[in-house]
Design a protein around this ligand. Structure first.
Ligand code: NAD
Ligand code: ZN
Length: 366
């Protein structure tokens, strides 16, 4: 087991990573659970598979869980669900000093975190992420949000959890594609800022997606450390440092938009392909060697993730994908910042990418 100390927004908290954490949840949470009744906001699938382990630990310590079920899917990150959840938390008598537990993937974590950020102007919460993506990405960093008709994650707040329990046993019940999608965000940390970790991923990526325990613990811990370090340098995304975490996301979002944000392309799969495109585009501009771009593609492909747009069978051209980019929420004063690469482990923010040039590049790739 690993315990990673994180300090964000001047608030220190711990991220526990390893097996069997749910069985010991009451002990790890300790004084954070100060009342008999503990509100747990849970994704229905996460509760069905792992709720009993949490329940057992808390009831052994004399607590009782008040469950709130979250239906799986992005639809739960809505105003309606936010209202329903905040009303329920108020009805439970949750006070600012209490800690609400979020059990589930990024959807549950984002919804619960945002509800807690506004409940009585901010109450505490504990993240218990049960997907690989949530363990390595959404549960760390303090971004919380819901979606609106105008787009994803447009309404939200920065609100850090008091504690994160990333129990790697909970990943064993995830569909393999969800593991792959989460792994895309893992290897992203290596590509953008940690060449030694990228080397590790080249050698151990197969073990991570096959759920080898030791490999999973290393992958999650290292990802959490890297994300926390980058976020600490730029918590509110003001200097551009935190923006590096969006490597692969500009191309990826365009592909997600083109596939209608459907299960045809999971977010992590879009990011995987988006990173390959960012690397190849960097090579096309003579910023990165072609050899490094293809090394990145090979490492991503060997985890079973997509590396060629042509494999998606899209009926569109580069201009259409560039048009999706024009609507990207990161568009700022008419320019879209792109994350490009100088070498593996050295990403940088480029404000001077022309969408026409990106479109011509995409035409070559399609
Ligand atoms: P998710 O929460 O939708 O979970 C994916 C699927 O797995 C769901 O069907 C869920 O029911 C199921 N599931 C969850 N845990 C399970 C388990 N242990 N066993 C079996 N099934 C399980 O998706 P996600 O990929 O975890 O998160 C995506 C969300 O995270 C998006 O809304 C995205 O915007 C958000 N996100 C937020 C941040 C952030 O910094 N706040 C970062 C990245 C992503
Ligand atoms: Zn992402």
């Amino acid at each position: 087991m690993a315990v990673i100390p994180v300090e964000l927004a001047g608030r220190p908290y711990q991220v526990h990573v390893g097996r069997g954490l749910l069985e010991n949840a009451a002990e790890i949470c300790g004084d954070f659970l100060r009342k008999t009744i503990v509100p747990v906001v849970a994704d229905e699938n996460a509760r069905a598979h792992h709720g009993d382990r949490l329940d057992q630990s808390l009831s052994n310590a004399g607590h009782e869980i008040a469950w709130y079920d979250v239906a799986p899917g992005e639809g739960s990150k809505s105003w309606r669900e936010l209202e329903r959840l905040t009303d329920w938390l108020l009805a439970q008598g949750v006070e600012r000093g209490d800690k609400v537990i979020a059990l589930g993937g990024g959807v549950t974590g984002d919804l619960t975190g945002f509800a807690c950020s506004i409940l009585k102007r901010g109450c505490g919460f504990i993240q218990v992420p049960t997907t690989l993506l949530a363990q390595v990405d959404s549960s760390v960093g303090g971004k919380t949000a819901i979606n609106t008709a105008a787009g994803k994650n447009l309404i939200g707040a920065f609100h850090q959890p008091s504690l994160v329990l990333a129990d790697t046993d909970s990943l064993t019940t995830l569909p393999p594609r969800e593991i792959g999608a989460g792994y895309a965000e893992v290897i992203k940390y290596g590509i953008l800022g940690d060449a030694a970790f990228f080397d590790w991923c080249e050698n151990h990526g197969g073990e991570v997606v096959a759920l080898d325990e030791q490999a999973l613990e290393t992958a999650v811990s290292r990802s959490v450390e890297t994300k926390a370090r980058i976020v600490a340098e730029d918590e509110r995304e003001l200097t551009g440092r935190r923006a590096l975490l969006n490597l692969g996301h500009t191309f990826g979002h365009a592909l997600e938009a083109e596939t209608g944000y459907s299960s045809a392309l999971l977010h992590g799969e879009g990011v995987a392909l988006g990173m390959v495109l960012a690397a190849r585009y960097s090579a096309r501009r003579d910023l990165l060697s072609l050899g490094d771009a293809e090394r990145i593609a090979a490492a991503i492909g060997s985890a079973g993730l997509p590396t060629e747009i042509s494999a998606l069978g899209l009926d569109c051209d580069g201009a259409r994908l560039a048009d999706h980019m024009r609507h990207d929420k990161k568009m700022d004063a008419g320019t879209l910042p792109f994350i490009l690469l100088r070498s593996i482990g050295a990403a940088f923010l480029d404000h001077d990418v022309s969408l026409d040039d990106a479109s011509a590049f995409l035409d070559e790739q399609l």
